[in-house]
Design a protein around this ligand. Sequence first.
Ligand SMILES: [Zn+2]
Ligand SMILES: [Zn+2]
Length: 250
Amino acid sequence: MKETIYTIPVNDAYQAGGECPLCALQMTLDQQLLEYYLGPALMEPDVRKTTNQKGFCREHLQALYASESNRLGLGLTLHTHLKDVSADLLAQLDGAAAVGRRTLLSGREKDYKDRLAATARAISVREADCAICDRLSQTMERYLDVIFYQYFQDPAFRETFDHGPGYCLPHLSLLVEGASRHLSQNQVSVFMPALASLQRRCLETLTDDVEWYTLKFDYRNSDKSWKNSKDALPRSIRRLSGGFERKSNK
Ligand SMILES: [Zn+2]
Ligand SMILES: [Zn+2]
C-alpha cells in the first residue's frame, strides 16, 4: 500500500493523543462532510441525485440545520428530497390502502399484514438512509485498511497503537470486525492480544476513576483529592457510546 490521502489523517489522529483515535477521525470527517453537503457540491447533479434518494438521518439533518451556514442550500436539497420521498412513499401507502380494500372483499387476511409490514419497512429504510453516514462508513473502512497495514509495516505506528488510549465500544467493535476481514490468523495472534491489553488497561482505569467519583460523595472523602475522577462520568459515557462532541457554530 502506498501512502494515500487516508494515511495522514490516521497518523494525525494517533499522534493527537485524544480519548479514542477513531472518534477523532470520525469527528473530523463528519465536520468535512457537513461542510461538503452545504457547500457548492449541493448543486452538482450527481450529488443531488444521491441526496434526493438517500437524504440524511436524524442526527445529520439536525447537524446540517444547526450549522446555519447555508439554509438556502439545505432548503433546496430538502425540497427535491421531499419530492422523491413523497413520490415513493405515497405510492407505497396507496398500494397498502388498496390491498386493505381487496382483502376486505376477499377475506385473505395474510395479504394485508404482509403488505403493511413491507410498507413499514420501506418507510424505515427511507428514514434511516443517510448520504453522510454512507460516506462516513466508506471512509472509516479506508482508515481501517491504513491502520492494519501500518500496524504490520511500521514499527513506530505499532508502538503508538499499543500504547494508545484505547477505544470507545462502537470503535472497538469496528476494529475487531475489521480485523476479522483484513488480517490473517497469524496477524490476529499478534494484533488481538495487544488490543485486548490496551483495552483492559483503559477500562480498568476508567472504572477506578468512576468508583473514586462515587466515593467522593462520602463525607469522609470530601477533603481528599478528586484525583482523575472529576470528568469520569462524561468520559465513561463517551467510552461506552462513542459519543463525540460536534463543534457548534455558536
Ligand atoms: Zn471512538
Ligand atoms: Zn447520518
